[in-house]
Design a protein around this ligand. Structure first.
Ligand SMILES: NC(=O)c1ccc[n+]([C@@H]2O[C@H](COP(=O)([O-])OP(=O)(O)OC[C@H]3O[C@@H](n4cnc5c(N)ncnc54)[C@H](O)[C@@H]3O)[C@@H](O)[C@H]2O)c1
Length: 355
């Protein structure tokens, strides 16, 4: 057996940070992802100790060959199709999020020294969370009740992992943010965030802390545990509508984002699948919380550099342009209706059983 960690989705948001963390910790890493021009370019500047294996995880033969060849001591499985793109590509998403997880688990089970399997799940498993009617914060024991295909895929993937013969750890992530948001400032992401109730609760977490959690989960005394990964309770328990404007302001776009709509207090199904969470156990075993929300904003501003004053000047104009492109512009709606807005723009978000 090698002591190599196999990281899937290694060139995504969480994957890049996780590979970096493992390399910084002196671990041997095989990074795998789809062979795309962007990933090839990123592969040119990988840290020492990291090798790359391109593979499409929807191909079970490719998965089998990859796992056999690497024979890892741990797998960190991050590859997934995530919102909002998932709502446009339901079939592909199911193959990646559910079937590829099963292929990886089956291949890992066949090794003579099977690896520990660390799965990236999401608090989307809990479904719509109306802050006016739910009590307390999310825990690992809160019943799952997915409202969309994403949450449903994660429930299915968790079941595959939990019922496998492998040692496993499941990490359910909250809202992952980066202090270098450049590549995530896409129109689709603005549209998506603008659909979500501004008073929905969201526990954010710095991607570098998520990476620490994944790296620690490969060896920590946490086998058979489901852990909730969010930033510290004191500063990361935020409201949806506060997050993007604060990040945008840190980048220089002060007042540059249009204000969205609140959620309907009388509609328990009309909220997005985020909430605050109890991270006590996760922090105890993984010790991952290092970046507070105010520190993230300061770092974001520092990274923005020269573009900051320029964005400040164009902020009012940007707001006017974005306002006209928000889902609720001109609808006269009083409350946000995120699932309908997602259906109208990208496709039906509901799990198969509810269609
Ligand atoms: N970002 C968040 O806020 C968040 C929240 C909760 C859970 N998660 C979970 O964390 C994990 C990582 O998320 P992320 O934000 O880094 O997503 P991402 O979209 O940035 O990265 C996902 C990676 O998976 C790869 N991938 C997709 N299809 C593949 C295939 N067929 N074969 C091989 N690789 C494939 C993509 O190329 C991409 O690099 C995912 O499982 C996601 O569901 C993320």
């Amino acid at each position: 057996m090698t002591e190599t960690v196999l990281v899937t989705g290694a060139f995504g948001l969480v994957g890049s940070a996780t590979v970096q963390r493992l390399a910084d910790d002196g671990r041997s890493v095989v990074a795998t992802d789809l062979d795309t021009p962007a990933a090839r370019k990123a592969a040119d500047s990988l840290p020492v100790g990291v090798t790359v294996r391109w593979a499409d995880l929807t191909d079970p033969a490719a998965v089998g060959a990859l796992v056999d060849e690497v024979s890892p001591s741990a797998v960190i499985h991050l590859a997934a199709v995530i919102p909002p793109f998932i709502y446009q590509r339901r079939g592909l998403a199911e193959r990646v999020n559910v079937e590829a997880t099963a292929s990886l688990v089956r291949a890992a089970e066949k090794l003579s020294s099977p690896p520990r399997f660390v799965l990236a799940s999401s608090i989307a498993v809990y479904g719509s969370r109306n802050p006016h009617t739910v009590s307390g914060v999310l825990t690992a024991d809160t019943p799952v009740n997915p409202a969309d295909i994403y949450g449903d895929h994660k429930v299915q993937a968790e079941k595959i992992v939990r019922t496998s013969a492998l040692d496993w750890v499941i990490l359910r992530l909250g809202g992952v943010l980066t202090v270098s948001p450049g590549s995530y400032m896409k129109m689709d992401n603005f549209s998506f965030e603008g659909m979500l109730p501004t008073d929905g609760r969201l526990q954010t977490v710095d991607v570098r802390d998520v990476a620490r959690a994944f790296a620690a989960a490969t060896t920590a005394d946490a086998v058979g545990e489901t852990l909730l990964i969010g930033g510290d309770d004191a500063t990361h328990r935020l409201l949806q509508g506060d997050v993007a404007p604060a990040m945008a302001a840190a980048l220089g776009l002060v007042g540059g984002l249009p204000t969205g709509l609140k959620g309907d207090p009388a509609d328990d199904d009309g909220w997005f699948n985020t909430d605050w969470m109890d991270t006590t156990r996760a922090q105890h075993v993984l010790g991952f919380q290092h970046h507070s929300w105010p520190d993230m904003l300061i770092e974001t501003a520092e990274h923005a550099g020269i573009t900051r004053p320029l964005l400040r000047v164009v902020a009012p104009l940007v707001k006017q342009v974005l306002k006209r492109r928000t889902a609720y512009y001109g609808t006269g709606l009083r409350y946000a209706n995120p699932w309908q807005a997602i259906a109208d723009k990208w496709g039906d978000p509901r799990p198969e059983a509810h269609q």
